[in-house]
Design a protein around this ligand. Structure first.
Ligand SMILES: C[S@@+](CC[C@H](N)C(=O)[O-])C[C@H]1O[C@@H](n2cnc3c(N)ncnc32)[C@H](O)[C@@H]1O
Length: 304
């Protein structure tokens, strides 16, 4: 697209839109193990291609971190599908004081700049997208993590129906730890493995949950094969990837829970009412009970 290959990436854009060098380094917080762009020394990167995230505060934060990390004259290519933040990219770059060129291709808007923007505007965007304590939830959070500034209604409904659990368990897709805190309120819980694919969520969970029984993993839950023989799993499974509905994710989470539980172990799950999870749960569990249905959400208890 631009003629040059990028050695540094944030997110995974279509290869038709971004040419990445072999061994290009990934900085997205959604790729477990990737380095944090905020920790790249200022002026150290020779160029970066970013599939910009859809949320405004998160997107401006990520673009600002990239501008801070780029060497003078290095190229930033920021792109996004038109309806997932792409149509706002030009405004973002303008607000950050960048001179840029904009093109459109394959339903994406693509902006390329070689300036480092206005340092005051860049610093302000970094501050606006940074981690913070949310008084109304009593939790640390950051724009970009799931339901970042309010408790998700599905999770609130699960919390209201969850009994005091016992033994060793896991919170798959733990986010910033809202469900985990409820689980750990039971003194009979001996260990809780909290897994999320988002580095920021795990960092915030680390601030929110200071309990020696909790172990936090920045990982893809579907690949966490080490979870075996658990007494319980709790989850509010994701069903969006890159802003697009993907029911296979939820099915993968349910399969992972079934594989991680001992016989007789229990999975507590909350889901949007429209998701067809009952049909996924039934072949994998001995008993599936619909415990509650309210406000567009369903709560299931599935016994292995
Ligand atoms: C619906 S949210 C629930 C978050 C939290 N449990 C709550 O109740 O607020 C789903 C979470 O799953 C995480 N997630 C998405 N895909 C994942 C994957 N493959 N492995 C682990 N976590 C994932 C997301 O980052 C998000 O935090």
């Amino acid at each position: 697209m631009t003629g040059a290959e990028f050695d540094h990436l944030y997110g995974e854009a279509e290869p038709e839109l971004v040419a990445a060098s072999a061994g290009a380094r990934q900085y997205s917080p959604l790729f477990p193990g990737s380095p944090d762009l905020a920790k790249a020394p200022p002026g150290s990167l020779n160029g970066l291609a970013m599939l910009a995230p859809p949320g405004t505060l998160e997107r401006r934060f990520a673009i600002a971190e990239a501008l801070r990390a780029l060497a003078p004259g290095a190229k930033l290519m920021a792109l996004a599908p038109k309806d997932k933040g792409g149509s706002r990219l030009a405004g973002d770059l303008r607000a950050l004081g960048c001179v840029f060129e904009e093109t459109a291709r394959r339903h994406h808007r693509i902006c390329v700049t070689q300036g480092r923007g206005d340092s005051g505007a860049v610093a302000a965007a970094i501050e606006a997208g940074a981690a913070r304590f949310i008084v109304s939830t009593g939790l640390w959070s950051q724009p970009g993590v799931f339901s970042w500034n309010r408790i998700d209604p599905g999770s609130a409904l699960l919390t209201a129906h969850l009994p005091a659990l016992k033994g060793a368990g896991a919170d798959l897709g733990c986010g910033i730890g809202a469900l985990s805190l409820r689980v750990l309120a039971s003194p009979a819980v001996s260990r809780l493995t909290m897994i999320d694919i988002d580095r920021r969520a795990i960092e915030m969970a680390g601030r929110n949950v200071s309990d020696p029984r909790a172990v936090m993993l920045w990982a893809d839950a579907r690949a966490a094969g080490s979870l075996k023989g658990l007494d319980f799993v709790v989850m509010n499974p994701p069903f969006h990837e890159g802003g697009i509905e993907n029911q296979a994710l939820g099915r993968g989470f349910i399969g992972c829970a079934a594989g991680a539980l001992r016989s007789g172990g229990v999975c507590w799950l909350t889901a949007n009412r429209h998701l067809p999870y009952e049909a996924v749960l039934k072949p994998l569990f001995k008993r599936v009970n619909l415990i509650a249905e309210d406000g567009g959400y369903k709560i299931y208890e599935a016994r292995k």
